[in-house]
Design a protein around this ligand. Structure first.
Ligand code: FES
Length: 321
């Protein structure tokens, strides 16, 4: 069974498959609806049914008042829908609207992504997910060490949080990931942080420029754009001077095969040559939003070259990794 949901006042739409809750379906679709516990306790996912029918699929301890019930309020995390449904609900407008959270997550797996880079895959408890926008960062604390790392996955991926950790002998947290931590260990998450997030208004085609593990936050943004079913062109330039530095090259090639609006360019030259190539490929560069992430020297070099090429600073989002 499938339902089609329209949110007021934003006009955003999503589809609910089977008995998924309205909250799960909205998050899978990349929408930033308000929620807290995702477990029927906090009431933050309250929404009003404007038209259509909902069905309760999960118990909730949170008590709606009689007045709220008579006005048609329900909890997104406890209800599903069939057919056509119109809901009135608040959506998170900007990164600053999300409160800082502290969550104890577990390591699902640590695995190599390439020479000197590990995937750290965390899973949050079922009733305590981290709310964040794709592209943001979190502070991770484990084994007496801490680091702030960009989240390499999208909030549409429910409880799963990915981080790309580069080997660095000066970095205690990286040493813990490479040498001591294992599946099942606890990691405290604090966050989210940062404003490297997708701009949705006005809708523009997007260029992503990643240097080395700057691919991590860019990956989150691309997955978010894909979950929103954006049809605007998405083009990724991934720069690395090492032959094996593009550690998820196969994933990028698979995206390019699967999505007609996505294209992928591996890059290894200097930053000025990279920007010259981008400008040469796009006569209308100012028509794009651009997202730039990577080591500080790389980001500064590309940002300077883009400014010299006349790219509007207001359309450039930057994060250093
Ligand atoms: S998210 Fe807490 S009650 Fe629904």
């Amino acid at each position: 069974m499938t339902a089609h949901v329209i949110l007021h006042p934003s006009g955003h739409e999503f589809v609910v498959e089977g008995a998924d809750t309205l909250l799960e379906a909205a998050l899978h679709s990349g929408l930033a609806v308000n929620y807290g516990c995702s477990n029927g306790n906090c009431g933050l996912c309250k929404a009003r049914v404007v038209s259509g029918e909902v069905t309760k699929v999960r118990h909730h301890d949170y008590r709606l008042s009689e007045a709220e019930k008579s006005q048609g309020y329900i909890l997104l995390c406890s209800h599903t829908a069939q057919g056509e449904l119109v809901l009135e609900t608040l959506e998170t407008g900007s990164a600053g609207d999300i409160p800082q959270q502290e969550i104890d997550a577990r390591i699902k797996v640590i695995e190599p992504l390439g020479e000197g880079v590990r995937l750290l895959h965390l899973q949050t408890p079922r009733n305590n997910r981290l709310r964040y926008f794709s592209g943001q960062s979190a502070t991770l604390i484990a084994d007496g060490a801490a680091a702030r790392l960009p989240i390499a996955s999208c909030p549409c991926d429910e409880r799963n949080l990915h981080f790309h950790v580069r080997r660095d002998e000066q970095d205690e947290f990286a040493c813990a990931v490479f040498d001591r931590l294992a599946s099942g260990d606890s990691v405290r998450l604090v966050g989210p942080f940062g404003d490297f997030v997708l701009r949705t208004e006005p809708p523009r085609p997007m260029l992503f420029i990643a240097g080395e593990t700057g691919f991590a936050p860019v990956k989150g943004l691309i997955e978010h754009a894909m979950s929103l079913d954006r049809t605007d062109p998405l083009r990724l330039y991934w720069h690395s001077e090492r032959p094996d530095g593009r550690y998820l090259d196969n994933l990028c090639r698979a995206w390019a095969d699967a999505f007609t609006n996505f294209s992928y360019i591996p890059e290894s030259g200097g930053t000025e040559a990279l920007v010259a190539r981008i400008a040469g490929e796009h006569a209308d560069l100012a028509a794009f939003d651009m997202y730039l992430a990577g080591p500080p020297v790389f980001v500064d070099g590309v940002a300077t070259a883009l400014a010299e090429a006349g790219f509007p600073a207001a359309q450039l989002s930057v994060t250093k990794t």
